[in-house]
Design a protein around this ligand. Structure first.
Ligand SMILES: [Zn+2]
Length: 102
C-alpha cells in the first residue's frame, strides 16, 4: 500500500496515456503509439492510494465502520486504488490487522 501520483493524458493521435509516478514532478513522456512527446506539469498529477494485494482479515472491524466508509474501503480493495482521503483510514485498518496487505 502506497501513495502514488497519476495523470491521464490524451495524445494528439487520440491515444490515452496513463502515467503513474512515486513523486509529483514535471515530466516529459513519449506516446507509446505515435511517439509524440507529451508534457505533464507537476500540478496535473492526482494523488491516490495504490493498494496492491490487500484483503480483509477482520470483517467485524470493517463491519463496524459506517456503510458509506465500508463501501469506499471495499471498493478500494476491489479496484486496487483509493482516493488520497482514504489513506489515514486504510493505514489504521492495516495497523490494527483488519486489512492484510502484501
Ligand atoms: Zn500519440
Amino acid at each position: 500500500m502506497q501513495l502514488v501520483f497519476h495523470v491521464v493524458k490524451n495524445c494528439k493521435c487520440g491515444n490515452v496515456v496513463y502515467v503513474e509516478v512515486p513523486q509529483r514532478e514535471e515530466l516529459s513522456i513519449r506516446c507509446p503509439k505515435c511517439g509524440a512527446s507529451i508534457q505533464i506539469s507537476a500540478d496535473e498529477f492526482v494523488e491516490e492510494v495504490k493498494l496492491r494485494d490487500c484483503e480483509v482479515r477482520d470483517w467485524e472491524r470493517i463491519g463496524a465502520l459506517s456503510t458509506t466508509v465500508q463501501q469506499m474501503v471495499l471498493q478500494a480493495l476491489e479496484s486496487g486504488r483509493a482516493p488520497k482521503g482514504l489513506w489515514p483510514l486504510l493505514v489504521k485498518l492495516r495497523d490494527v490487522g483488519a486489512l492484510i496487505c502484501t
